[in-house]
Design a protein around this ligand. Structure first.
Ligand code: 4NP
Length: 155
């Protein structure tokens, strides 16, 4: 059985599509499934934001084929690990958990870099292009740690 990881943000068009693309690029697809979802429904079926596609492309990743979808309580059964981007995603996802085991799957992604500090990945949607570079770099560093730990644990 492949190990499955879900990245979650609010819209599923800026941060979590990048997190999905970055982590997937660091893990063998034969052993790991990486997906993303948003807590909101505005962008269901939409491609990622052009600025996320652009910063990914600049870093040699193609995330343009991804399609937005909304997080659902079924995701607690389908995924082994759930990484959220910020406090608000954490609260929204945790509110849908039904068991302590489901709750324990949910982690703030930047706690991989800054343990226990609960730092948010800032939402770049209303900001400048520069915000997307910053988000990319944060997620790349976090996904480096996540992928190394997953490969150690599961292969
Ligand atoms: P994301 O950014 O959560 O990183 O995908 C957002 C994109 C769109 C909206 C909110 C956040 N929105 O409200 O449409």
């Amino acid at each position: 059985m492949p190990v499955s990881i879900l990245m979650v943000c609010l819209g599923n068009i800026c941060r979590s599509p990048l997190a999905e693309g970055i982590l997937a690029s660091k893990l063998p697809a034969s052993d790991f499934i990486v997906d993303s979802a948003g807590t909101g429904s505005w962008h269901v079926g939409h491609a990622p934001d052009k600025r996320s596609i652009g910063v990914a492309k600049k870093n040699k990743l193609d995330i343009s084929k991804q399609k937005g979808r909304q997080f659902s309580s079924r995701d607690f059964d389908s995924f082994d690990y759930i990484y959220v981007m910020d406090h608000s995603n954490y609260k929204d996802v945790l509110a849908m958990a039904k068991t302590p085991e489901q709750e324990s799957k949910v982690k703030m992604i930047l706690n991989e870099l800054f343990p226990d500090e609960n730092v948010d990945v800032p939402d770049p949607y209303y900001g400048t292009d520069n915000g997307f570079d910053m988000v990319y770099n944060m997620l790349d560093e976090a996904c480096d740690i996540i992928s190394k730990n997953l490969l150690k644990k599961h292969t």
